[in-house]
Design a protein around this ligand. Sequence first.
Ligand code: COA
Length: 175
Amino acid sequence: MELSGPALPARTVAHSQSEMTELILPNDTNTLGNLLGGRLMNFIDLVGAMAAFRHARSHVVTASMEHIDFIAPVHVGDLLILKSSLNRAFRTSMEVGVKVWVENALAGVHHHVASAYLTFVAIDQQGRRVPVPPLQPETEEEMRRFEDAGRRREMREAEARRRRIPKFEASPIKA
Ligand SMILES: CC(C)(COP(=O)(O)OP(=O)(O)OC[C@H]1O[C@@H](n2cnc3c(N)ncnc32)[C@H](O)[C@@H]1OP(=O)(O)O)[C@@H](O)C(=O)NCCC(=O)NCCS
């Protein structure tokens, strides 16, 4: 697969930072009125994809979602605030960090309820992988996230080698 080409100009973290606000309704919750974990993962995926889409300026697919911490429950009627930012861009993939808060609009306070790291891969209209622009971290915090994302990728690759994750292969259906 040919992925080389002219070097793309770097983009900053601020360029693609994204935010989403959701009012939690009964349809999003379990029988106790708490937000379902899967619904929260859906919101996290969406806001993460927004940042990757803005950075890459191409279609993106979710390759992985990892390190999700559900820190505190979210209740029906809560206002959920999700923020995403690029931690690092690699060749065709990007690591995005997502942080989620609940806003108590009456008291005017926020509290942190979840965090996650996701990897998105940029693809073209035909589903072929395409290179992404490098990320230019500017602040100390962005530099730290950039370095941490590199370490997580190394660990992921080492783990994949250890487990030798096979590519998808259709297996015959047994009668
Ligand atoms: C993600 C996907 C495009 C990777 O394609 P692939 O042909 O396996 O490509 P490779 O293994 O060569 O990896 C391509 C890039 O993705 C990264 N990648 C692949 N699997 C990954 C994973 N599980 N976690 C993190 N990064 C991953 C690789 O590190 C590589 O990054 P780089 O180009 O920046 O170096 C492919 O597996 C796919 O299409 N998956 C389904 C995506 C999807 O439908 N998501 C929605 C779920 S319903």
